[in-house]
Design a protein around this ligand. Structure first.
Ligand code: PBG
Length: 322
């Protein structure tokens, strides 16, 4: 035997030397939930360890994350039902708690990379990502609302906008509007290949944003398809996206790899709520080891080709690496 692959595994020092992929805290974006009010920190039932914070508590939490080396966050608002309506007008009300919160975050931490979603669902009384008419989700008619939302968020200081509704023509429309209004430096991370997945359940609990009727299959992708992701990637690239995102991550590692080998843009992957909760539930039962499984999950996503990972594990991972 002149080939013995085990020689490269014989000590920690050699294993470290030949290690191809390692996740850094700098690769991560931490998704966080903002609620209205003061002095609130409420755990999400289906996501142990993840909280919905009012702005005062969120600012403290962000500070502690930054001390651990986290440089990027994605903030989602959880709106009470009475502030939602069919046209999501609250999404661009300059006095709404979410936009005020984004401004405060950027004022307090100007160096942070702040991301936000551009889609109607957190503000929609229908719980859908677009305007609804006769049970159909409208494509083009929704653009005007998304445009107002995008400008309001850019104005509030957001660094990366994430058009997340998986409908057509979003990136080009938002890019042009941003440029015309003096926001040529605001980036776009497109939810390029976002699948109609069962793994978003806990997130919809966190936001109370589950669709009031039907599902999202006429806009989010069919989990069976990969070639369609190439069309989405090409459009986003041409329309001016700065990052292409795949979502969820773990059941779609092949899609991450496909986009990474096809397009020269950095690929992001969203390690979604269900992927987080699945591990937490097993850990509560004593069936899996939290830290090892978490590192293995994040490493697999990076190994597949994601340069950026949005993950609810970000803070825990950063604590572990400290
Ligand atoms: C909606 C949106 C969703 C997530 C991020 N943005 C859910 C959905 O499409 O219903 C899910 C994130 C997660 O599950 O962690 N625009």
């Amino acid at each position: 035997m002149n080939r013995r692959p085990r020689r490269n595994r014989k000590s920690q020092a050699i294993r470290n030397m030949v290690e191809e992929t390692s996740v850094s805290v700098k690769d991560l974006i931490f998704p966080m939930f903002l609620i209205e009010g003061q002095g609130k920190k409420i755990e999400v039932n289906s996501m142990p360890g993840i909280f919905r914070f009012s702005i005062d508590a969120l600012l403290k939490e962000i500070e502690s994350c930054m001390k651990l080396g986290i440089e990027a966050i994605d903030v989602f608002p959880a709106y009470p039902e009475q502030l939602k309506n069919a046209t999501a007008t609250e999404s661009y009300n300059p006095d709404t708690f979410y936009l005020k919160g984004l401004r405060e975050i950027k004022k307090e931490f100007p160096e942070i990379c702040l991301m936000s979603d551009v889609a109607m669902d957190p503000y929609s009384s229908d719980g859908h990502d677009g305007l609804v008419k006769d049970g159909k989700i409208l494509n083009d008619e929704t653009l005007e609302i998304l445009g107002k939302m995008a400008l309001a968020q850019a104005e509030a200081g957001v660094d990366i906008l994430g058009p997340s509704d998986m409908m057509d023509g979003r990136v080009g429309y938002i890019r042009q509007l941003l440029d015309e209004n003096g926001f040529s430096e605001t980036s776009i991370m497109s939810y390029t290949a976002k699948y109609a997945s069962a793994f978003y359940g806990p997130f919809r609990d966190a936001l109370d944003s589950a669709p009031k009727f039907g599902d999202k299959k006429t806009y989010q992708m069919n989990p069976s398809n990969s070639r369609e992701a190439l069309i989405e990637g090409e459009l986003d690239l041409m329309e001016g996206a700065d990052f292409l995102m795949v979502k969820p991550a773990l059941a779609y590692l092949d899609i991450i790899q496909l986009l990474n080998t096809t397009y020269p843009l950095p690929i992001a992957a969203y390690n979604v709520s269900g992927e987080y909760s699945m591990l937490k539930a097993s850990v509560e039962k004593g069936w899996l080891e939290n830290d090892r499984a978490m590192i293995e999950m994040l490493t697999s996503i990076k190994r597949a080709g994601a340069k950026v990972i949005l993950s609810y594990f970000a803070k825990e991972f950063a604590l572990l690496k400290r």
